[in-house]
Design a binder for this molecule. Sequence first.
Ligand SMILES: Cc1cc2nc3c(=O)[nH]c(=O)nc-3n(C[C@H](O)[C@H](O)[C@H](O)COP(=O)(O)O)c2cc1C
Length: 457
Amino acid sequence: MAREIRLNAFAMNCVGHMSPGLWTHPRDRSSDYNRLPHWLDLARTLERGRFDGLFLADVLGVYDVYGGTADAALRHAAQVPVNDPLLLVPAMAAVTTHLGFGVTSTLSYEPPFPFARRMSTLDHLTDGRIGWNIVTGYLDSAARAAGRERQTSHDDRYDVADDYMELVYKLWEGSWDDDAVLRDRARGIFTDPAKVRRVRHDGPHFKLDAIHLAEPSPQRTPVLYQAGSSPRGRAFAGEHAECVFISGPSAKVIAPRVAALRSAVRAAGRDPESVLIFSMMTVILGHTDAEAEARHEEYRRHVSHEGALALMSGWTGVDFSTYDLDQQVRHVENDAGRTAMDNVSRADPDRVWTVREVAEHIGIGGIGPLVVGGPERVADAIEGWVEETGVDGLNLCYAVLPESFEDVVELLVPELTRRGRYKSDYQPGTLREKLFGEGRARLTAPHPAVAHRQAGF
Ligand SMILES: Cc1cc2nc3c(=O)[nH]c(=O)nc-3n(C[C@H](O)[C@H](O)[C@H](O)COP(=O)(O)O)c2cc1C
């Protein structure tokens, strides 16, 4: 049987997420992001479609590169207002049994000790269904919000991240033995102090002397996701990631990134096939190709080009308001994300992008490809994409929420299942077991986290 194709849903605790302006569509409900029923319904829908997980993006700053102000982002709700993603998780976990939750936390602005406890808490409350998308940020506005002048330079951010990871591994994996908690009512002992160790960390960026405050959770370390594709980002992923999110406009751009990522995993001494790679995609479905195409046209009328360029300016650190719409995009390198710029400047030498084309492309589903059609056409495109790129699955953006995901569940999932490319049931166990197999609730060697375990567990 051909390899299973995995699906993640990509969303954010904000309006419109990757489809700026689409919140104005009469059927879009993404502006209900601040109401819990909105998220509970979405979680139930995704579990009905046997999605592996809901991946929640996050930023800790505003997109204020475009025109030098946050006005365009605010006007078009380009990822602002944005609420905390972590706080949605327990509520969604309470109405689901299997769905995983990959939450983004920007380690540049989250002190590691309370963050490690927050993730352990979520791992407990979800019965081991939590994952962490490790990001270092790309917005100077986030650095200023944290009282800094500007963000740490691009590659140095990943050095800070390495130190952060070592510290949180020690807390999650090394502080408490599995049998430390006795809950022994007869003897009146809750925890055996001999089985809890102080963690000492004296790294280049972080220092700590403490015991982890949470008892061991089902997975201990959350499932580790990563999303940077620059050479330094890849090296970091090679070392730490269990799943990687990538994005790019075409298979031609994505395929070499997948290969480079797997090489980075090999260079870090790990099995390249042991890392699951998800690439971003948006699908617009209908019962027939014609119905889907009509829907696409209808959606397109709601795209905010200014909102799209506000996003692109934030991702790349380049003010797109200074360009003429018909000007070609040229490559610039700075301390924002590197891959977003590469996608439209040099990743595909045969494709020249104008600013207008960038705005139109990003307007529905960000920089990933957009596939429009009935279930068969879309399933064909997905099978072709997986074949050409070597990815393990897709990170599906929505155009209109929840319609886009409901269509995937009703129309695409049955088609992929019929073709033997999609699971007919969830695996039991934690998120890590669902992704990597039974008995794999915890990280295994040679992942670097394992080195921080003490003898005895
Ligand atoms: C699918 C995908 C999702 C991402 N989600 C987030 C996010 O939620 N928050 C964030 O700060 N960065 C996010 N990023 C950006 C990456 O973390 C990283 O900053 C960016 O890819 C640039 O890194 P690079 O220069 O190493 O490629 C995402 C990237 C991709 C491809």
